[in-house]
Design a protein. Structure first.
Length: 139
């Protein structure tokens, strides 16, 4: 079974990597996503998929890795019942956060949605880029 890779964005003053870590092995719902393309990406996630945890607005950097532990379910924060959430658990913090600035400077990563669709909060990461980013983060 092949694993998929993703990037999840969160504003650290709303939900940080430290809060995710404190949630422990039971994990936490990744909810509040109201963009249809991002929601479609959430629906495509499978249990065991790995995700980079990206601090947006403040920091603008990849700070850790989380794993999907529960596939898409109705987002309790959505009154309309149209949007979904997934549950993720903390795996690790990066030894060295990867700044958006450094990602933009890396030619092999220029195709990433993080650069091309900067407003998208949930996006796929191809396996080659996943490896490059892990090396940049000293994982």
């Amino acid at each position: 079974m092949s694993k998929n890779y993703w990037l999840l964005k969160s504003e650290p003053d709303v939900w940080s990597i430290e809060q995710q870590k404190k949630a422990g092995t039971k994990g936490a719902a990744w909810d509040g996503v109201r963009n249809y393309q991002a929601a479609k990406n959430l629906k495509a996630m499978k249990k065991g998929d790995q995700c980079f945890f990206y601090h947006s607005n403040i920091g603008k950097e990849i700070v850790g890795v989380v794993e999907v532990i529960k596939e898409a379910f109705i987002d309790k924060t959505d009154q309309s019942g149209r949007f979904v959430a997934v549950k993720v658990k903390f795996i690790r913090k990066l030894e060295k956060p990867i700044t958006l600035e450094n990602i933009k400077k890396t030619k092999e990563l220029s195709h990433l949605s993080l650069i091309k669709q900067s407003r998208l909060s949930v996006m796929p990461i191809d396996s080659k880029s996943w490896k490059i980013l892990n090396n940049m983060g000293k994982v």
